[in-house]
Design a protein around this ligand. Structure first.
Ligand code: SF4
Length: 387
């Protein structure tokens, strides 16, 4: 079983913090669906496992595409791949694109999970972020989606935003959880290079992100979600039991996925390849059915990726898996590093499983880095023994 990701790279306007590949011109959308349909057909002939366990329409703003185009895309996927229940089919939608007609059309096309980019419930903050919707539209979009029949809804929220006080954040979470969404994705506002936010900070218009505030608001998030019965199964993801995102979880479990559309990445278990982050270049590549740039993962790459993706989740790292896939020396090395971080940062979930302590999730990047190996380490004694 594998996953399919489709990148729909259009947005009406660019949000302040966004560094995804997304273009704000509708003119560039001309011919997009036709090219994507051709790519679906071409790549299906080269992809080994056509059985899809998840499909994810992300972006950009997939909800901006006319609903007939979404139907055409889903029809093509059904023609060239095997899509059977319980395939999870997610569409990312912005609140201002959610209409009764769109919802009905997405359901008809087979979409069974909606991910709504609510981000905040404060009109000033939404404006600051550059979002096109307001609080009332966000709440209305959610209730319309429910009434239309969506039984699996994920909401995106952002914290550590200039002007977002702890009390406002707590109230936002309480209001959101009173709606009983099945899933929540919550991210601290991150400073990405070449974004409007980055530019504002450089010009002194806004202060840099505040790590202390981020930590406080993350703690509020963990506290309120857990009191309301949500499971934290990844650093930024929370769900009601049974509703984890199967698509994203497959990335963290390194299940092969095919990415289509400009800038989309693919992974088949041994190598990774990626489409160019340019509509023009992507269209050229698809029309000639050319291969994308790719890289074959080394043992060190695979080990580092295993640590990076697994430690982000509540499933953690398995020493038996490391022994089986990489050898005893890698497992011994992992245990040695883990022991040096045990109690404060890591904990043993059972005799085979190591996880990050939920209170230390905020420090996850630094913890994960401690395990990383470089190619030079292949010469050290512990690696030699495993070969
Ligand atoms: S809607 Fe999403 S993809 Fe588009 S600019 Fe905003 S954050 Fe980026």
């Amino acid at each position: 079983m594998s996953g399919l990701y489709l990148h729909i790279p259009f947005c009406k306007t660019k949000c302040l913090y966004c560094n995804f590949y997304a273009v704000a011109s509708q003119r560039l959308a001309l011919g997009f669906t036709e090219t994507l349909l051709l790519e679906i057909e071409n790549r299906s002939h080269q992809w080994i496992d056509l059985n899809l366990q998840t499909i994810y329409l992300g972006g950009g703003t997939p909800s901006l595409l006319p609903s007939e185009e979404i139907e055409k895309i889903m029809n093509a996927i059904n023609r060239y791949f095997i899509v059977k229940p319980p395939c999870e089919i997610t569409l990312e939608a912005n609140p201002d694109d959610i209409t009764i007609e769109n919802l009905q059309s997405w359901l008809k096309a087979g979409v069974n999970r909606l991910s709504i980019g609510i981000q905040a419930l404060d009109d000033h903050i939404l404006k600051f972020l550059g979002r096109r919707h307001n609080t009332a539209q966000a709440l209305q979009a959610y209730s319309m989606a429910r009434n239309a029949g969506f039984k699996n809804i994920s909401l995106d929220l952002i914290f550590d935003i200039p002007g977002l006080k702890n009390e406002n954040w707590e109230n936002t979470l309480k209001k959101i959880l009173s709606l009983y969404p099945e899933h929540l994705s919550c991210y601290a506002l991150t400073l990405e290079e070449k974004t409007v936010y980055d530019d504002y900070i450089r010009k002194g218009k806004y202060p840099s992100p505040n790590d202390d505030l981020a930590a406080q608001q993350y703690e509020i998030l963990q506290d309120i979600t857990s009191k309301n019965g949500y499971l934290q199964y990844e650093i930024s993801n929370f769900c009601l039991p049974g509703y984890h995102s199967r698509h994203n979880s497959a990335y963290w479990h390194r299940i092969p996925y095919l990415g289509l559309g400009p800038s989309a990445h693919s992974f088949d278990g041994a190598q990774r390849w990626w489409n160019p982050p340019s509509l023009k270049e992507w269209k050229r590549l698809v029309s000639l059915n050319e291969a994308c740039p790719s890289e074959i993962l080394t043992t060190i790459d695979k080990y580092n990726e295993y640590i990076m993706t697994s430690l982000r989740t509540s499933w953690g790292i398995k020493l038996s898996f490391i022994t089986e896939k990489f050898g005893t020396s890698f497992a011994e090395y992992t245990l040695k590093i883990a022991n040096s971080l045990m109690n404060h940062f890591l904990q043993q979930a059972d005799c085979d499983t190591i996880v990050i302590h939920p209170k230390a999730y905020i420090l996850a990047d630094g913890i994960i880095e401690k395990f990383f190996l470089t190619q030079d380490d292949i010469n050290t004694d512990f690696i030699k023994k495993s070969h």
